[in-house]
Ligand binder design. Structure first.
Ligand code: NIG
Ligand code: FE
Length: 408
């Protein structure tokens, strides 16, 4: 006796195990007239609809003319923060660049102020509501970064919230320490001392198991390549896996550094050099692209996903959800932007939000694929086929989301 059978499935999306690099991203296994059975939080059976008819289940869901996929994986979010930044919209409209707003003490730094001043309970409640929204849009595994504290207490406060939210089990969270996200005002002109303070925090974060990854914003006016290398090395020595906000605005070479250091992912990559793109094909680093950010910052130049895939890279997609550069809960919208602005095919896009996204956050073995024996993270989409989601943009097509076999 199963708990749930999803039967009569119009299209069932079965991404291969990855990471999928280059050409392999172009393949997507889509089967028609299928069924899935869930028991005790696990995918217990997958097979042709005909064979599901004589199986018993407490609940049967008819997925005729609908699509079923693995729960989506969002491998880059800034989930926990105080305040909001709608006032920056006018500055953006006036053409003030993102890094200029930051330089003037706004941008990330205004969110730092708000995050420092709000209580843990306030921030927790807000992040939980966000999480529920994102889960309702089809995401069952998500990465979440700190980086709006820039001091010990607030960074730990953010990381504790991520841990508590993960314990609640609405969806799986993967925690990333992004202490070096900006230079806080009290360290202005003393970047080295600030970076050192963030490095000094690593042992405590490791002892308290508050993060699995670390991340750094490698960008003009923020942290240099050399500083990024040092931070990544210190992180790795303590057993953290690493990520980097790389080559978003200026081509500093963060992509090459990520590959050289064996980072799990290099994120943004809008300005990545030819050599950087080339290096992705040789290494283990997943390119996490964030077209929602480019869109929201009003830029014309998107990350060159086509060249990356053609060069043999593993590409994943993420929201970058945060209060300044990408304010959306909807990874489906990112799938549309990937199609429209980066010319990714529907097959590449699905691989980018499932299997490759899982690999970008060290969850390749548990998330991003539908396989018997894996936990039942499944989405029923109210769309007739898998190409429909990138096509019909900015809507929420998720009808039912199962996390570990339970309805979200
Ligand atoms: O990934 N680029 C740096 N960090 C974030 C934005 C954070 C913010 O603006 O609050 C990003 O886009
Ligand atoms: Fe980010």
């Amino acid at each position: 006796m199963y708990d749930t059978i999803i039967e009569n499935i119009g299209q069932l999306i079965l991404p291969a195990e990855g990471p999928l690099k280059g050409e392999a991203m172009k393949e997507l296994n889509v089967q028609e007239n299928m069924a899935i059975a869930i028991k005790d939080e696990i995918i217990a059976w997958i097979g042709p609809h005909q064979q599901s008819k004589n199986k018993k289940a407490a609940e049967r869901i008819d997925a005729l003319e609908k699509t079923v996929s693995p729960g989506l994986v969002d491998p880059h979010t800034h989930l926990v923060f105080g305040g909001s930044r709608e006032n920056e919209l006018a500055l953006k409209q006036a053409g003030v660049p993102y890094l200029e707003i930051l330089k003037q003490g706004g941008g990330i730094l205004s969110t730092v102020q708000a995050t420092r001043s709000e209580t843990e309970e306030q921030l927790f409640g807000k992040a939980k509501r966000t999480l529920e929204q994102m889960a309702g849009h089809g995401v069952t595994t998500m990465e979440a970064k700190s980086g709006y504290g820039l001091d010990r207490d607030t960074e730990l406060k953010q990381l504790r919230i991520v841990k508590r939210l993960n314990d609640e089990g609405i969806l799986d969270l993967v925690s990333t320490f992004l202490g070096p996200h900006a230079i806080p005002p009290e360290y202005k002109g003393r970047e080295e001392a600030f970076l050192e303070e963030m490095i000094q925090l690593l042992p405590e974060i490791s002892e308290k198991s508050l993060a699995e990854f670390t991340d750094i914003f490698c960008e003009t006016g923020v942290f240099t390549i050399e500083q990024s290398r040092r931070f990544m090395k210190a992180s790795q020595e303590l057993g953290f896996k690493t990520k980097i906000h790389a080559d978003e605005i200026d081509p500093l070479g963060g992509t090459e550094l990520a590959v050289k250091m064996g980072a799990a992912s290099a994120d943004h990559l809008v300005a990545a050099s030819e050599g950087g793109i080339e290096s992705l094909s040789r290494g283990e680093t997943v390119a996490v692209l964030l077209p929602g950010t480019t869109f929201y910052l009003g830029k014309d130049r998107y990350a060159d996903a086509r060249r990356m895939i053609d060069a043999g890279a593993a590409v994943a997609l993420a929201t970058d959800f945060n209060p300044g550069s990408c304010v959306t809960y909807n990874l489906q919208m990112i799938m549309s932007l990937a199609a429209l602005k980066m010319k990714m095919t529907p097959e590449e896009i699905w691989n980018g939000v499932t299997v490759n996204a899982a690999h970008a956050i060290g969850r390749g073995d548990t998330a991003g694929c539908l396989q018997v024996g894996r936990k039942a993270d499944v989405v029923l989409w109210d769309v007739p086929n898998y190409k429909y989601i990138p096509y019909h943009y900015a809507a929420n097509h998720a009808e039912i989301v199962w996390k570990n076999g339970r309805n979200v």
